[in-house]
Design a protein around this ligand. Structure first.
Ligand code: HEM
Ligand code: NAG
Ligand code: NAG
Length: 556
């Protein structure tokens, strides 16, 4: 364009002619001209991108499946959509005979490499300042993908945050999580009226698992005073904090994507969200104030995630200090371009994934009755029929752990991990089974690499019959084993892995000891149809199963 302008300035006569010509154009013609310019610029960009991607074979969709608008449109023949890697989980990489494929969109989104290979994943998911790959800011800021990055746009920031939070994740915390999970389960049974029933129909199991997981992260990670029986609205008509949290985390995507002023429009559901957000912000601010006061007065406080966040904020000398912004103010986590507060990230990351996986696990138990019986007997043999299980029992309940891990493998709730090359570098790609040698592809600065977690978990290189539910693969495998990869791998892997497993194993143990779970079929539905309907993925920010209808039957 600059070149054209320069040229026109130097040739006034021609510019005049062009001017006349333009004046004669009608609106549709102008539009057409724009379209033609746009189309040719896209075509040029497309060929440039193919070159950048080294002509690695792969997909050539109109829109990137993780970007506007592709991510929000259904997966159909003209749009990959966010479901594509799920729909094609057993065929995608086979079709291209490679564990790294390229994705070059024609209209919107950056070209990316997609991989289902762990060696490649390990090259891009690394922490620290030496790495060539970073989490792109947009991945944590805007949509879908994993807000959870400990605010780490670069390696140094990530280290700082991980160092602040890491020590809170100790055995002492896990024991507390275990205790609270057992107590909360009991509270649920007595408050939700399960105690005197022989069977309970639960149309959407996720309502329970989400409430449970939010409860545990709120209580154990933040020390929030949650009570299971508390109704969603207080007597004075204001919603409770639990309810406000529930509403805002459910509408997380809306809250991040939609500009603030929209919430001021007279639309009831948006107004309600706004009220929830306001209440939550007030609540968080008062919690921070209180914690600050306690810390300043030298009171003894629980060493949890929240305390550490506030402490880091207090400690001005420390080079790991968080700004107020980093801590909570961005709790109003709205506008594009603003980071989401660490507090909120931890609340969100700390419950969505676990809650989804719990629902999937219980769904698999309902479907595979025999495996369920085996797990039930295992539970009774480890903890008996009447005592509350203790934290010491966690490591002995390996068959419960196995069904949880296998469900998470088949429905990896963290379904994508995105990294961007911050300098020119290379990726080493191991050869497929037949050929030994490693290939190297150059990676240009700014190129994205997407670790397709669904692809990894369904990769036959790592699992035989990967699409089958076989919890026995995890029998005798320690809970921390690197063989289990759905919490990511390496130094940057999930910080809450043991936290999430602890609460999940406690919940499943309590549930399956006393209750048998069955599919809750709709009228005329077979068990097989139930499986197809329910044990299917829903993908948004995290991946889960569809609304899960089950029946709990009390065991004698
Ligand atoms: C089934 C449960 C969970 C799954 C499948 C899961 C999965 C993951 C994955 C795949 C990552 C890496 C994301 C990336 O690198 O882009 C991650 C990171 C993280 N997770 Fe989890 N997670 C779970 C539970 C939790 C819980 C309960 C907490 C908190 C209590 C938590 C806190 C975090 C944090 C803070 C990070 C960022 C770590 C870092 O950047 O160093 N997660 N998780
Ligand atoms: C992906 O799945 C769709 C159906 O969901 C199918 O039509 C398409 O051929 C698949 N593509 C690949 C590469 O396997
Ligand atoms: C967990 O419960 C056990 C037994 O009730 C108790 O001895 C222990 O101190 C509790 N631990 C924590 C961290 O709450």
């Amino acid at each position: 364009m600059d070149a054209l302008n320069g040229w026109l300035e130097r040739s006034p006569r021609l510019a005049g002619l062009l001017d006349d010509h333009l004046r004669n154009l009608t609106a549709p013609k102008v539009l057409l001209a724009f379209l033609a310019v746009f189309a040719s610029s896209r075509v040029l960009a497309y060929f440039r991108n193919l070159k950048i991607m080294n002509y690695v074979p792969g997909l050539r969709p109109l829109f990137h499946p993780l970007w506007f608008p592709g991510a929000f449109l259904p997966s159909t023949w003209w749009n990959m959509g966010i479901r594509y890697p799920w729909n094609n989980r057993t065929t995608l990489y086979k079709r291209f005979r490679s564990e790294v494929i390229s994705l070059v969109p024609l209209i919107s989104g950056d070209p990316s490499f997609y991989t289902n290979n762990l060696d490649v994943a390990r090259q891009v998911i690394v922490g620290g300042h030496k790495t060539s790959f970073v989490k792109p800011e947009y991945a944590s800021r805007i949509l879908l993908l994993w807000g959870m990055n400990l605010l780490a746009a670069d390696g140094e920031m990530w280290r700082k945050h991980r160092r602040i939070l890491g020590p809170a994740f100790s055995n002492k915390l896990y024991e507390y999580v275990w205790n609270e999970s057992v107590q909360t389960f009991k509270e649920m049974v007595s408050n939700d009226g399960w105690s005197n029933k022989k069977s309970i129909d639960v149309p959407v199991l996720q309502r329970t698992t989400f409430k449970f997981a939010l409860f545990i992260i709120g209580k154990c990670g933040f020390g929030f005073p949650f009570v299971w029986s508390e109704p969603p609205t207080a007597p004075d008509g204001t919603m409770t904090i639990q309810e406000a949290l529930r509403l805002t985390t459910d509408a997380f995507l809306t809250m991040i994507m939609v500009p603030k002023w929209v919430f001021k429009l007279p639309i009831k559901s948006l107004r309600k969200l706004q009220a929830a957000r306001d209440q939550l912000t007030d609540f968080m601010q008062s919690q921070v104030e209180e914690k600050r006061k306690d810390l300043r007065n030298g009171m003894s406080v629980r060493d949890d995630v929240f305390t550490r966040l506030v402490q880091a904020n207090e400690n001005e000398e420390s080079k790991y200090r968080l700004s107020d912004e980093e801590l909570v103010s961005s709790l109003c986590f709205v506008q594009l371009g603003k980071q989401i507060g660490n507090v909120f990230i931890m609340l969100f990351a700390g419950h969505e994934t676990t809650a989804h996986t719990l629902a999937a696990t219980i769904g698999f138990m309902a479907y595979f009755a025999e495996i369920q019986e085996e797990v039930h007997e295992h539970i009774v043999s480890v903890i008996g029929r009447s005592h509350d299980p203790t934290w010491d029992d966690f490591s002995k309940l390996d068959k419960v752990t196995a069904v949880f891990l296998e469900s998470l493998r088949l429905f990896p709730s963290g379904h994508v991990m995105i990294r961007e090359a911050r300098e020119d570098t290379v990726l080493n790609i191991p050869g497929s089974d037949g050929d030994e040698g490693t290939r190297t592809i150059p990676i240009v600065k700014g190129t994205q690499v997407v670790v397709d977690m669904i692809g990894v978990q369904y990769n036959p290189r790592y699992f035989d019959e990967p699409e089958k539910f076989k919890p026995s693969r995890w029998h005798g495998v320690p809970a921390e084993s690197e063989a289990f990869t759905a919490f990511s791998v390496g130094p940057r892997a999930c910080l809450g892995r043991k936290f999430g497993m602890t609460e999940a194993i406690a919940f499943l143990t309590m549930l399956m000891r006393e209750w048998r779970v069955e599919p809750l079929l709709s009228v005329g539905e077979t068990k097989e149809q139930w499986r197809e309907r329910v044990l299917d993925a829903e993908l948004v920010i995290t991946l889960g199963v569809s609304d899960m209808p089950v029946r709990f039957v009390k065991r004698d």
